[in-house]
Design a protein around this ligand. Structure first.
Ligand SMILES: *Cc1c(COP(=O)(O)O)cnc(C)c1O
Length: 425
């Protein structure tokens, strides 16, 4: 059954119980695993055999769910992390070290912007941010000899710009480095970046994948397509012996299909310990089982709300890639044929004060820093998630101070529109 469709994978991929085993993924709530001899366990420590010994490194529940996400994205290997932040940090730090350089789209999640521009800078990792709409020349000019990765978001949170994945992948590959794409907003139901040339895909599973506002989590998927050994000089961590693992060369021992995730698990998870708990992985899987049913409804509600707001006299601008008036409409048609997500952003006439007054009046849509769950919520990024950024940085990221981001949930769209209408009056 190789060519299963996305919905079947959402429901069934990753875990196939044998005769008499639990139908649902079991929660293996155990920190440790028992062995008969030290020799048996030693083989696991040496990465000579695969198996479980300590949940900080691997746990069966997490592995089942990671395997499902790998199948959904069309990757060869995946791992869960404690959060989306941990996923993006691990994905970058797995191939960057002091003296490395990252090229990133300027239109990304505020947390990831801080991670790259502030925290990773303290580790001696430099970065250059480029507009998601830069020309090929501008993009190529951002690379340096020490560039090790390119990073972008399929649909940026909260700017809702759409990444030209093929263009960014080509530039990355022309410079011998992988493209990492955060695919949190569309989810693999609406876009599979690997099919467009991305090498590594990350997720904040906290959002649509969980979908119910239940568990913070993240995931990293490897396409298995990037040829590390062909660029061995750039990626010594994957292509030369790891002295902390008895001299294993990950790219040799695990090949392109397994090297990236094996290194991130055995080195970064070992040392940083950003594990997702098995209980959270179980909740995540419940979300994944209905992801293909929920995403079309989020898109339907997002589209209806965007169209309503666009016609409203109190609204200055609406950003939603599903609107024909949106600058990203064409690109969304290409990469997001079934629609993108349920998040819409718009600018109310009257700026920050008008936005705050409007949000206070909403009855269904709650004010939350969250997005992408079953209940509609909204946020003013300039006073919350993006408050670390200067006005110039906000402008570069496409986030004016009066912007309101609304995440359309799974309610009936007529009720959502009625709520917005009364608050806009
Ligand atoms: C929320 C989010 C993150 C961070 O994920 P957490 O699970 O909150 O750590 C990263 N990228 C995007 C696009 C997000 O929306």
């Amino acid at each position: 059954m190789k060519d299963q469709k996305i919905g079947t994978k959402c429901v069934q991929a990753g875990y196939t119980p044998a005769n008499g085993e639990p139908r649902q993924i079991p929660i293996i709530q155990s920190t440790t695993f028992k062995y008969d001899t030290s020799e048996d366990m030693g083989k696991l420590f040496d990465l000579e055999a695969s198996g479980y010994f300590y949940t900080r490194l691997q746990n069966p529940t997490n592995d089942y769910v990671a395997a499902k996400i790998a199948a959904l994205e069309g990757g060869t290997a995946a791992m869960l992390t404690s959060s989306g932040q941990a996923a993006n940090f691990f994905a970058l730090f797995n191939i960057c070290e002091t003296g490395s350089h990252i090229v990133a789209s300027s239109s990304i999640y505020g947390g990831t912007f801080n991670l790259i521009s502030v925290t990773m800078a303290k580790m001696g990792i430099e970065s250059t941010f480029v507009s998601p709409d830069c020309t090929e020349e501008e993009l190529n000019a951002a690379f340096r000899d020490n560039t090790r990765a390119v990073f972008g978001e399929t649909i940026a949170n909260p700017a809702l710009t759409v990444l030209d994945i093929e263009k960014f992948a080509k530039a990355a590959h022309d410079h011998g480095v992988p493209l990492i794409v955060d695919n949190t907003f569309p989810t693999p139901v609406n876009c599979r970046p690997i099919e467009w040339g991305a090498d590594i895909v990350t997720h904040s599973t906290t959002k649509y994948m969980d979908g119910h506002g239940t568990a913070v989590g993240g995931a990293i998927v490897d396409s298995g397509k990037f040829d590390w050994m062909a660029h061995a000089d750039k990626f010594p961590g994957l292509c030369t012996p790891d002295e902390s693992y008895h001299g294993i060369v990950y790219a040799e021992k695990f090949g392109n299909a397994g090297a990236f995730i094996t290194k991130a698990t055995s080195q970064l998870m070992r040392d940083f310990g950003c594990i997702q708990s098995p209980q959270h992985a179980f909740y995540l899987n419940l979300g994944l089982e209905s992801l293909h049913v929920r995403m079309p409804k989020h898109v339907e509600n997002g589209q209806a709300v965007a169209e309503f707001l666009e016609m409203h006299p109190a609204v200055a601008a609406v950003h939603y890639p599903g609107l024909m008036s949106d600058p990203y409409y064409e690109r969304a048609q290409k990469y997001l044929g079934n629609g993108g997500c349920g998040v819409v952003s718009f600018e109310i006439k009257g700026g920050r004060a008008a936005a705050e007054a409007f949000m206070k009046k909403l009855k269904l849509a709650a004010i939350e820093t969250h997005v992408a769950d079953a209940r509609t919520c909204c946020l003013n990024p300039a006073t919350s998630t993006h408050r670390q950024m200067t006005d110039e940085q906000l402008a570069a990221a496409g986030i004016p101070a009066g912007l309101v981001r609304i995440s359309c949930g799974l309610e009936d769209k007529e009720d959502l529109i009625a709520d917005l209408a009364q608050a806009l009056e």
